[in-house]
Design a protein around this ligand. Structure first.
Ligand code: LLP
Length: 399
């Protein structure tokens, strides 16, 4: 059990706390699910890009799924070998493509025909061969929140099957491209296995038809998306997830790549915030805390539910937990049953390890929180709290 009071006293709040042992457990559980099959789990750095978190996954054998050259460089710096790094994303600048090729990552995940041409042109300039994979949009409804659904033709991601096939043929005919992988990712926080199975089958069929054209892919990249428990969701067991995918691959000799983010980090993270005061009007009770939407945006952006824990007993009543930012959407929980809370009491916002700190901003000139790792009962700072001077550093010379 993590002693949040001790951590709050030591590091102050608002604070992100990550349980590294829990991260290891989730990683090993997923890896185990694909046992007996060549597989590589590439941690989706976007879910939590703290260098120490990435380094932790590197030590467990993970690769990295990156969506900007910044993330690629973080992964490298944290100790992930270049040959385990993949670079996805619907738009990449020329300089990002060039740098990824220079670093020699496993492959660039290409998301359009135009992008394939850019990668080819840049590889030609550099006189090297670029390893690529194509992101296929299988037009499958993943039945998740529309903002995190990505596998429908109405979404901007990937290309349809016919375009993908053309792109593979073009790549095979190019001196400067080596098509080695195929990728799909239909959405995030998935709790229904059927769309995953269907998407996998569509993409596996494409792999087989490419093989008939003598285009033999080595990597079958199933993206991320495994859902986690925020509330009372019924989850897909990792073993069933792996089996659903492996069934579609049948005799194909291909390495499975996963890009898990949330599954590895969400429930290993806690956002710790302190009560400033309470206030009540004729309609509502508000608990005002020192953390805000700039620290953890998910409730404001997606109306996401995060379980709240306090350490007080007593009679409860409904309250909204809100931050100091000047927006009505700045809240962590609505109509949450809470005991009477006082100045300096702690409020823990659970399941905050994925898309928490990474989506934080400096809105309202608020410095971002510190981050702390807890591992084998020991705690350590892994990111300092931002100070006012940090926030003005890049501007102050211009006034
Ligand atoms: N691979 C690709 C290509 C992705 O687009 C994503 C997430 C992942 C892997 C990792 O997905 P995960 O395993 O974490 O579900 N900010 C939103 C989530 C956005 C997800 C974007 N893509 C949230 O807070 O729910």
């Amino acid at each position: 059990m993590i002693d949040f009071q001790k951590l709050a006293d030591k590091y102050q709040t608002p604070l992100y706390v990550y349980d590294f042992n829990k991260m290891s457990e989730s990683f090993n559980e997923l890896k185990e699910a694909f046992k007996g099959r060549k597989s590589l789990m590439c941690f989706a750095v976007k879910s939590n890009s703290n260098l120490s978190v990435i380094k932790h996954f590197a030590s467990l054998g993970a690769g990295a799924d990156c969506v900007s050259i910044g993330e690629v460089k973080r992964a490298k710096l944290a100790g992930i070998e270049a040959y385990k790094i993949i670079f996805s994303g619907v738009g990449k600048r020329d300089d990002e493509i060039k740098e990824a090729l220079e670093i020699g990552i496993l492959y660039i995940n290409v998301e359009s025909e135009a992008e394939l041409k850019r990668v080819e042109a840049i590889a030609k300039q550099m006189q090297i061969v670029a390893r690529i994979s194509v992101r296929v949009n299988p037009n499958i409804d993943p039945k998740t929140h529309p903002y995190i659904s990505t596998g429908l033709h109405g979404n901007k991601f990937g290309v349809d099957l016919a375009s993908a096939k053309r792109m593979y043929i073009d790549a095979k005919n190019s001196e400067f491209l080596d098509p080695i992988g195929i990728h799909f990712h239909i959405g995030s926080q998935l709790t229904d296995l059927v769309p995953i199975y269907e998407a996998s089958e569509i993409v596996a069929d494409l792999v087989r038809s490419l093989s008939a054209l003598d285009i033999n892919l080595k990597f079958f990249d199933v993206g991320g998306g495994l859902g986690v428990k925020y509330d009372d969701e019924i989850l897909i067991p990792p073993y069933d997830y792996a089996q659903a995918i492996l069934t579609t691959l049948k005799a194909l000799d291909i390495t499975v790549i996963g890009e898990p983010g949330r599954f590895l980090t969400a429930n290993a993270g806690y956002f710790v915030t302190t009560v400033l005061y309470e206030k009540q009007n004729d309609e509502k009770r508000f608990v005002i805390v020192d953390g805000a939407m700039n620290d953890l945006l998910r409730p404001s952006l997606y109306k996401a539910y995060h379980k709240i824990t306090t350490f007080k007993d007593g009679k409860t009543s409904k309250a909204d937990i809100v931050g100091p930012v000047c927006e009505s959407g700045d809240y962590f929980a609505k109509d949450c049953e809470l005991p009477k809370l006082e100045h300096n009491d702690l409020v823990i916002v659970e399941s905050a390890g994925a898309y928490g700190f990474t989506m934080a901003s400096n809105y309202n000139t608020r410095g971002r929180s510190a981050e702390v790792a807890v591992e084998d009962g020991e705690d350590r700072l892994i990111r300092k709290r931002e100070k006012f001077d940090d926030l003005i550093e890049l501007e102050k010379e211009f006034i």
